[in-house]
Design a protein around this ligand. Structure first.
Ligand code: SF4
Ligand code: SF4
Length: 279
């Protein structure tokens, strides 16, 4: 079973939910696809972890073959190529590695080389096999790292919890393509509703089965809860606004490993998801 944990923005409690769900299962795989700000490893602190580079293909030109026809420049939608002072220039930081310029070059003057854009850290933390992706600063997209993470994890029989990127951009789309279920984590504010609305729309477009976890709940009115009720969205769990949980989280503790109360909360959440997926 593959479950993605999503939120409309960072800071809603997405990683809190993903880490604790993975830890409460008997055995699981945790994938940190929030490659621009991965922090699951701060909780799992895997021992003897292995780090591998992730590379993409970037074009370079054979000046002896290039005639300066500019067909590649016209083709590149990302403006990553320019022909200036009789030389073709490749702006590597904005190239999206589509490979199209190689195909349109009539002289076969373009070739490809590997470029490191980030890395994947893999290791074990008790019952959790952790893989965490990290995008280098200044790179244009984390999609290749997310693809590598999902490929590395493959189709496992264990529960796979995917800590998704925040928002609803192409990185999130790549993350949820093949998942069985999506959890949308929402805060109890009007701004939280706006963010929830964005990911709600996305999972509907992708036809995904989903439910909501309301985080930081108080006794006051909860606009995100009202949104769920108005749209007949299943509320899977309500996590309280709790100073103790906040302290555990900011100390990098996995709550279910140190608190009986939260072991029960996330154990119940996992059971609720299993029921939803089996429907
Ligand atoms: S690989 Fe694609 S994005 Fe990169 S320079 Fe060529 S056409 Fe542009
Ligand atoms: S398409 Fe080929 S020959 Fe034309 S400018 Fe680009 S690299 Fe040079």
């Amino acid at each position: 079973m593959k479950v993605a944990v999503l939120s409309g923005k960072g800071g809603t409690g997405k990683t809190l939910v993903a880490v604790n769900l993975a830890a409460v299962a008997e055995k699981s795989v945790y994938l940190d696809c929030d490659v621009e700000a991965p922090n699951g490893h701060l909780f799992f602190r895997p021992e003897k972890s292995v780090v591998n580079d992730v590379t993409v293909k970037i074009p370079y030109v054979d000046d002896l073959k290039c005639t300066g026809c500019r067909k590649c420049v016209d083709f590149c939608n990302f403006n990553a190529l320019a022909h200036i002072h009789n030389r073709l220039m490749v702006f590597e930081d904005i190239c999206h590695s589509c490979g199209g310029c190689l195909l349109v070059c009539p002289e076969q003057a373009l070739l490809e080389k590997d470029k490191v854009i980030g890395r994947i850290q893999s290791g074990m933390s008790e019952n959790v096999e952790m893989k965490s992706g990290s995008l280098n600063i200044g790179e244009s997209t984390g999609v290749p790292i997310i693809k590598s993470l999902l490929e590395l994890a493959g189709n496992r029989s264990e529960l796979t919890i995917i800590d998704g990127p925040p928002g609803s951009a192409c990185t999130v789309m790549e993350t949820i393509k093949n998942v069985d279920y999506c959890i949308l984590v929402a805060e109890p504010t009007t701004f939280g509703v706006h963010n929830l609305e964005m990911v709600h729309e996305l999972v509907q477009i992708f036809g995904k089965n989903f439910g909501v976890v309301l985080n930081k709940c108080t006794n006051d009115d909860n606009p995100s809860e009202a949104y769920c009720n108005n749209h007949q969205i299943n509320i899977l769990s309500r996590i309280p606004f709790d100073e103790n949980l906040g302290r555990l989280n900011s100390n990098g503790e996995v709550a279910v490993r140190v608190s009986r109360e939260y072991k029960a909360v996330f154990g119940d959440l996992l059971k609720a998801i299993e029921v939803e997926v089996s429907k």
